[in-house]
Design a protein around this ligand. Structure first.
Ligand code: AMP
Length: 285
């Protein structure tokens, strides 16, 4: 039994507008937590943080076709809607916004937001060229539909968090974007809906990514030269059996390459494939 009632599931823009009007009339503040479903403890942590900062929490569940390339896992992406609703009842979410693809992208849809800056940093964008246009377009739509006071995004998808922060500034949207720390398994693996794809032996290797990031962060903090630290990290990841897409140190705000002459906050970011699964992670250094 859940502690709370099952949150209403809204699938049409008109029903969403009615709920929002009721909340606004009561001067409730509103938080949005955008997700693609297959909810895990990382998503639920975002919901709990949102509850501390706003009167009402909307969780959107929409597997956004626009951010998947044709060869990616759109069809296979885990869909666990009934379990998601039950999990949200447990934490006490107020509303589930679950539009269909037709509601989000009506017939004739022909507009895309193509972000630059952090979206063109040469990290995820280099491997998933259409990804951030898909993300920026759907996030802009979600923010325009829900007009939340705040929206929560996980640091787990660090480049995405920076892209969305920039998007909101550039478009002058009124929502405050709040980043939330990555929730991890005990062995360090960042929770991800895609972890469900890992075989037991892949799962056993997966925490290597976080271990290498932590090791690199420690060495950089101790003053070791960044390039050498990253090279050693890249070797360790490949030796563990991953196909490495990137391991980079970047300016934590702009995601531009680190300028060794400057004191700046550094973020380490990694993406690597194990078997058929692509994992990403990141850590402050
Ligand atoms: P997704 O459904 O995977 O697109 O994720 C929805 C939101 O949850 C995004 O803002 C993610 O960054 C965030 N998220 C995913 N995994 C985690 C995690 N392990 N810890 C914290 N937030 C997460």
């Amino acid at each position: 039994m859940s502690k709370h009632r099952r949150p209403p599931v809204v699938r049409s823009l008109s029903a969403l507008a009615r709920v929002l009007a009721r909340w606004r009339a009561r001067r409730h503040t509103i938080a949005l937590v955008p997700t693609m479903g297959a909810l895990h403890a990382g998503h639920l942590a975002l919901v709990r943080l949102a509850q501390r900062r706003a009167d009402r929490v909307i969780v959107s569940i929409f597997v956004n076709p626009a951010q998947f390339a044709p060869h990616e896992d759109l069809e296979a992406y885990p869909r666990t809607f009934a379990a998601d609703v039950a999990a949200l009842a447990n934490v006490g979410g107020d509303l589930i916004w679950a539009p269909s693809a037709e509601t989000m992208y009506p017939h004739g849809f022909a507009t895309r937001i193509v972000p630059e800056g952090p979206a063109a940093a040469g990290l995820e964008d280099a491997f998933r060229p259409h990804f951030f246009a898909g993300v920026a377009t759907v996030v802009a739509k979600l923010l325009i539909q829900c007009v939340p006071d705040i929206a929560m995004f996980g640091e787990k998808d660090y480049q995405q968090l920076k892209v969305v922060t920039r998007l909101v500034r550039d478009l002058g949207l009124k929502t405050r974007i709040i980043g939330a720390p990555t929730v991890r398994e005990k062995d360090g693996l960042a929770l991800s809906s895609r972890n469900a794809y890992l075989s037991p032996s892949e799962r056993a290797l997966a925490p290597t990514l976080h271990r290498v990031l932590a090791d690199c962060a420690k060495k950089i903090a101790a003053g070791e030269p960044i390039d050498a630290v990253l090279d050693a990290g890249r070797i360790a990841i490949k030796r563990a059996g991953f196909a490495l897409d990137y391991l980079e140190a970047r300016n934590a705000e702009t995601l531009a390459p680190v300028d060794l002459r400057k004191e700046e906050r550094i973020r380490l970011l990694v993406a690597a494939r194990i078997g058929r699964t692509r994992l990403i992670d990141n850590l402050g250094a």
